[in-house]
Write a protein that binds this ligand. Structure first.
Ligand SMILES: C[S@@+](CC[C@H](N)C(=O)[O-])C[C@H]1O[C@@H](n2cnc3c(N)ncnc32)[C@H](O)[C@@H]1O
Length: 378
């Protein structure tokens, strides 16, 4: 099946029917990026995603005044309408189509970006694919929606997998989707998913990997690179809702997770309790500031896992790693080009890697996820 809006939408870069070529190109691109540097790294072939379509557990759309939904066209106020995105799980688009007919029927006010007027700005849907739980977030330009009770009742009746509906308030003139305030309209305000045998609560604002099955492969590989004896202290930097650190905590003495998003840290703490893991703690802080503090206090750290956002890490973070002197650093990245930049700095400060593993978390897009193990040069 071909996507009719592939050229305009900007989400997908590679065609649907050439996945093997896409994987090869992704590997080749990273090899070329490494060749531009003095690094000698063997890049392993990109591991295919178990699902090539329907792998996304998160969808965000906006509506236009004709009640069509889609993404905003780049550098434009126009929406590129679609009915079904091949990357979404089918149920997401079924929910969106139902919401669309509801909004149209009741003539719900739609936000107009140009005039900064109107109510509904975006719909965000998140799925716990293992637990079949769905969250719907209504991003509104006001802190209430008068018809929301009837809307929630009808939506939940139609789609029983919807466990929570949240109204997110975003009154700013900004292309950023979510505002800071969440009001729970139905359910508990979070959903639960299962990953690598543990349960995780996911809030509207928390980061959660979007490709569940490939995330299991990614985490399993990342943790398998570590040489673990059981008495280690590990840092899970940029930890999100605590997923990878909690999986690791089952095999080491203790883990400290650090993350700057308050909601993610709240979820992480609840997740540790829910999974009865007592040897992991979470700190809400900027990862660099936290590592600087640990380095100043001369904390004992044996292992660092780091999984920063696309922009990568900071020199100060890496300088603190040098002071803390862990033998092993596993660096997971959703942008290998910034990771390559950081690996060059790690090399300068005495950490070496010779292999990079690529995992395709985002089929058909330009993106690929990478992992390296950096070890202390002695
Ligand atoms: C790529 S995600 C990884 C999350 C987690 N490791 C996972 O696999 O689900 C990056 C995370 O870094 C967090 N983050 C971004 N900048 C940060 C900073 N300066 N300090 C700490 N955390 C940060 C984001 O909120 C996000 O949760």
């Amino acid at each position: 099946m071909k996507c009719p809006i592939i050229k305009r939408c900007g989400g997908c870069f590679y065609p649907q029917d050439q996945y093997q070529e896409e994987l090869k190109e992704k590997t080749l691109f990273i090899e070329k990026e490494i060749k531009k540097t003095k690094l000698k790294i063997d890049v392993k072939p990109t591991v295919a995603s178990p699902l090539v379509n329907g792998y996304r557990n998160k969808a965000i759309v906006a509506f236009n005044q004709k009640y069509e939904y889609g993404l905003y066209e780049e550098h434009s106020q126009d929406i590129i309408p679609y009915k079904h995105c091949l990357l979404h799980e089918d149920i997401m688009d079924e929910i969106l189509q139902y919401i669309q007919s509801y909004l149209r029927k009741y003539r719900v006010s739609i936000y107009d970006r140009k005039r900064h007027k109107g109510l509904l700005r975006h719909i965000l849907i998140r799925r716990g694919v293992k637990t079949d739980q769905t969250m719907v977030v209504l991003v509104c330009n006001e802190n209430m929606w008068r018809g929301s009770k009837q809307f929630c009742n009808q939506l939940v009746k139609k789609f029983p997998s919807i466990k929570t509906i949240v109204l997110n308030v975003n009154t700013r003139r900004t292309p950023i989707v979510l505002g800071n305030e969440d009001k729970v309209l139905y359910g508990k305000g979070f959903i639960v998913d299962e990953l690598c045998g543990l349960k995780f609560k996911i809030s509207p604002q928390s980061f959660y990997q979007i490709n569940h099955d490939q995330c299991v492969n990614l985490y399993t590989k990342a943790l398998s690179l570590l040489n673990i004896k059981g008495n280690e202290t590990a840092i899970d930097a940029y930890c999100g809702i605590g997923t990878i650190g909690m999986i690791l905590s089952q095999n080491v003495k203790q883990v400290i997770g650090v993350e700057s998003n308050r909601d993610a840290i709240k979820d992480a703490k609840n997740n540790a309790r829910m999974n009865q893991l007592s040897n992991i703690q979470f700190v809400c802080d900027d990862a660099t500031e936290f590592m600087k503090k640990l380095a100043k206090e001369k904390h004992k750290v044996d292992v660092v896992i780091m999984d920063p956002p696309r922009s990568g890490s900071t020199k100060q973070f890496m300088d603190s790693v040098k002071i803390l002197n862990p033998k092993q650093v596993v660096y997971i990245s959703c942008d290998p080009t910034t990771q390559i930049r950081d690996i060059q700095y790690f090399k300068k400060i005495g950490y070496h890697t010779d292999t990079m593993y690529l995992y395709d978390m985002f089929p058909h897009t330009k993106h690929v996820e990478s992992i390296v193990l950096l070890t202390k040069v002695v």
